[in-house]
Design a protein around this ligand. Structure first.
Ligand SMILES: C[S@@+](CC[C@H](N)C(=O)[O-])C[C@H]1O[C@@H](n2cnc3c(N)ncnc32)[C@H](O)[C@@H]1O
Length: 229
């Protein structure tokens, strides 16, 4: 049986339709996240932080200078970009699958948004055209539950991380939530994260953080910092 898909104007099979519903392909991921940012207040989502203290502490801990180029992968409407600009960073890229998320951040920043490179892309399909000194991913990699998705992500990381660059990851810890935003996640400890990123990257530091959501919930995160081998 075939079903009309209004979003693409094409007929799709039962299986494809089910995949769309359960988030099994890139189109549905984009739609899912777009809807989240279009329907929820930015300060009401579970991952909201008025100040991304753990990320800023990570940059301090690694002595990252404002001359470094930074990409916030799956940055959404995060306030990290605001703080990077305030600290004098001048080469900032924010990438997200959801255009509405980036629009929220741009509107908040006003004229300063013009100083930032905004990229709407799916990390599992993105081909980076340049390199970055700092790769930051808070709560994005853990949504990649299929090995094929993680392989595509690794490929982008391998292409884009500068030779002396650092990649900073925060994923749900092994005792963290099993889902986020209604989607299943894959949880990690530092060793598991290192394994998932593959032999091209070495773990140089890791720590644990408990994020308190706007609703007062507690979410355990694993933070890991990686360099090229
Ligand atoms: C839990 S939110 C975290 C947002 C942000 N990193 C923060 O800390 O506030 C996950 C983000 O990843 C984005 N995302 C999910 N899958 C993605 C993908 N395949 N490619 C790019 N962005 C993705 C979502 O749109 C969302 O903004």
């Amino acid at each position: 049986m075939f079903i009309w898909d209004g979003s693409t104007g094409r007929t799709i099979s039962d299986k494809m339709w089910i995949d769309n519903i359960i988030g099994g392909n890139a189109m549905s991921q984009r739609d899912h996240w777009g809807e989240v940012y279009e329907t929820k207040s930015p300060d009401a989502v579970s991952w909201y932080q008025p100040t991304p203290i753990p990320s800023l502490q990570a940059l301090d801990r690694l002595h990252i200078a404002p001359t470094a180029s930074v990409i916030d992968v799956g940055g959404g409407a995060s306030h990290l970009v605001d703080h990077l600009l305030a600290r004098g960073f001048s080469d900032i890229t924010v990438l997200d699958i959801a255009a509405p998320a980036l629009e929220i951040a741009k509107a908040r920043l006003g004229e300063a948004a013009a100083q930032v490179h905004w990229v709407v892309a799916d990390m599992t399909q993105w081909v980076p055209g340049r390199s970055f000194d700092v790769w930051h991913d808070r709560a994005v990699f853990h949504f990649l539950t299929e090995e094929g998705q993680r392989a595509a992500y690794r490929k982008a990381l391998e292409q884009a991380l500068a030779p002396a660059g650092v990649a900073i990851f925060a994923t749900f810890a092994l005792d963290g939530p099993e889902k986020c935003s209604g989607l299943a996640v894959r949880r990690y400890d530092a060793v598991g994260l290192a394994k998932a990123l593959g032999s091209a990257f070495a773990l140089v530091a890791d720590w644990r953080e408990v994020h308190v959501t706007p609703g007062g919930g507690h979410q355990a995160f694993t933070w890991g910092v990686f360099k090229r081998v």
